[in-house]
Design a protein around this ligand. Structure first.
Ligand SMILES: [Zn+2]
Length: 240
């Protein structure tokens, strides 16, 4: 009898454990942290703010070297769009509707380079246009000498009201420095549109003198990289 009682107890115990083991586990819903009436959540990594100023990444050397023979450049002419936003595409569409003094339609955007401000293009982004790639004359100066022999660089923004962004200033300095070195231009050959035509362009807040003095860092210039064996070896060596 006692043996049977023991067996019964074991049977009941096994039955109880197996039924209990099949019960659905209790799932706790995630708790929301509260402090007073405020609710706190931990931000996802993607929500963490980016750095305050993201400077444009421009390759060393002269990344804008055209694949066709260089034009006889004698000037750099700087402009602003006098608008708060813009891109090569929007200005190209606008300039296609303009006519020259002979009544012919422009071929498209009149500048050789455009530097964005974050609205329409990246902040400090430098984009060469078809006129630069094909080494064509510009349609930007309202002055034949400066259209034929002036590299037209336009920055998006209205610099009658405010200065260019930090990223735009870094980019224009780099671009002007590289172009001066590549084409043997002096600081005095870097002018604002207002120096060659009656206009406010590129605006009274544009630091023209500072930009005209820009120099390409010799170590990183393409000309030095081609002519100096020591720089070539530092850069990883070059085949003969
Ligand atoms: Zn202008």
């Amino acid at each position: 009898m006692r043996k049977l009682g023991t067996w019964m107890l074991c049977f009941i115990a096994i039955f109880w454990i197996s039924v209990g083991g099949c019960q659905r586990p209790v799932v706790h819903s995630p708790e929301v942290q509260r402090y007073g009436s405020q609710r706190f959540t931990v931000p996802e990594p993607a929500e963490i703010s980016p750095p305050i100023v993201a400077m444009p990444q421009i390759p060393f050397g002269n990344p804008w070297k055209p694949s066709v023979a260089a034009r006889d450049w004698k000037h750099i002419v700087i402009h602003h769009t006098a608008s708060e936003g813009g891109s090569v595409a929007t200005i190209h569409a606008e300039h296609l509707n303009r006519k020259d003094k002979n009544g012919n339609n422009w071929k498209g955007i009149g500048y050789h380079f455009l530097i964005g401000n974050g609205t329409g293009m990246g902040d400090g982004e430098i984009e060469p246009t078809f006129r630069w790639k094909k080494q064509m004359q510009g349609a930007h100066a309202g002055n034949d000498e400066y259209n034929q022999h002036g590299i037209g660089i336009c920055l998006v923004g209205n610099f009658q009201d405010h200065r260019p962004s930090a990223a735009q200033l870094a980019s224009i300095k780099r671009l002007v420095g590289v172009l001066k070195r590549e084409y043997g231009l002096k600081s005095s050959q870097v002018v604002g549109h207002k120096d060659v035509k009656a206009t406010a362009c590129p605006g009274k807040m544009f630091p023209l003198t500072e930009i005209a003095l820009s120099e390409d860092v010799p170590f990183f210039s393409s000309r030095d990289a081609q002519s100096s064996p020591s720089l070539l070896s530092i850069a990883g060596g070059a085949s003969e």
